[in-house]
Write a protein that binds this ligand. Structure first.
Ligand code: DAK
Length: 258
């Protein structure tokens, strides 16, 4: 049985972490499967947007599997960091957009998966936190870096230093999630957002994500240069020709990701 289910609905890829008995915590095998599924998504021209969610109604993901992944990391870090499969959390560049459909607990590595997504839809029942310090560790899939870049620094410090989880409303209030919806609406809301993104030019969507993410590490001047380069590239695409033509012809564009 796959630990990461990979389903396709039109242009949308749905990845489901499938270890509900262990609150969808990520063991090494699940991390490998997530790597493989996301690489397949990246390389499939027919897939434009991805959604990551968790199986069952309790958890999105309760983090790294403490009994499996943490011993593996203890053995391999720091000499063999590459032993850990590359994912968008660390090591895998992915410009196609990802939506986290947070159907329940998002803790530790689970919250870090959500932080590596671009849009986060949370269930009213979700709780989000980085409890690693309570284990004597710090987050290792980017939590110490992405969280303070995403929410006010004092809230990031509160979460990272106490390890205490916050509820979905608090996560919304501090800008950690885009929407909070009833549990039964999490997946349908994520699908609606994905479908909306699929209406836009896919190459433009990817360029917007790339500009945003790479730009956040650049000076404003270098970021503006990156933006110009990406814009020049987009202007050379068939999709832009189609987008502008569709506007003048007062019809919906038929984008092809070319
Ligand atoms: N790992 C392994 N098993 C887990 C788990 C986890 N993270 N979370 C839950 N489970 C398992 C429980 O062991 C239990 O299994 P059985 O005993 O039934 O076999 C089952 O899921 C149900 O959980 P509970 O019985 O504990 O359920 P409760 O409702 O009582 O409690 C809970 C729910 C979420 C409060 C509790 O399960 C809990 O505290 N879980 C641990 C949460 C946590 O500490 N997460 C952070 C893990 S550390 C790195 C990359 C990533 C990371 C680090 C480095 N590098 C690339 C360097 C990430 C680190 C982490 O995420």
């Amino acid at each position: 049985m796959a630990l990461i289910e990979f389903n396709k609905e039109g242009k949308i890829a749905i990845f489901t972490i499938n270890r509900p008995d262990a609150l969808n915590s990520m063991n090494v095998q699940a991390a490998r499967e997530l790597h493989e599924a996301l690489v397949a998504f990246r390389d499939d021209d027919e897939l434009w947007v991805g959604i990551i969610t968790g199986a069952g109604d309790r958890a999105f993901c309760a983090g790294a599997d403490i009994k499996d992944m943490l011993p593996f990391l203890q053995k391999n870090l720091p000499q063999r960091p590459w032993a850990m499969p590359a994912t968008p959390m660390r090591g895998l560049e992915l410009w196609k957009p990802l939506i986290a459909a947070i159907n329940g607990l998002a803790l530790g590595g689970g919250l870090e998966i959500a932080l590596a997504c671009d849009i986060r839809i949370a269930s009213e029942k979700a709780r989000l936190g980085v409890p690693e310090v309570t284990l004597g560790l710090i987050p290792g899939w980017g939590g110490t870096q992405r969280l303070p870049r995403m929410v006010p620094r004092c809230k990031a410090a509160e979460m990272l230093l106490t390890g205490k989880a916050i509820d979905a409303q608090e996560a919304y209030r501090i800008g950690l999630v885009n929407r909070v919806v009833p549990p039964e609406a999490v997946m349908s809301t994520a699908m609606e957002w994905a479908e909306t993104i699929c209406q836009a030019g896919p190459l433009a969507v990817r360029a917007a994500k790339e500009a945003m993410i790479r730009g956040s590490n650049l000076t404003l001047e270098d970021g503006l240069k990156l933006e110009t380069d990406l814009e020049a590239y987009l202007m050379s695409t068939e999709d832009y020709t189609e987008g502008a033509k569709a506007f003048t012809e007062k019809r919906k564009p038929d984008f092809k990701a070319r």
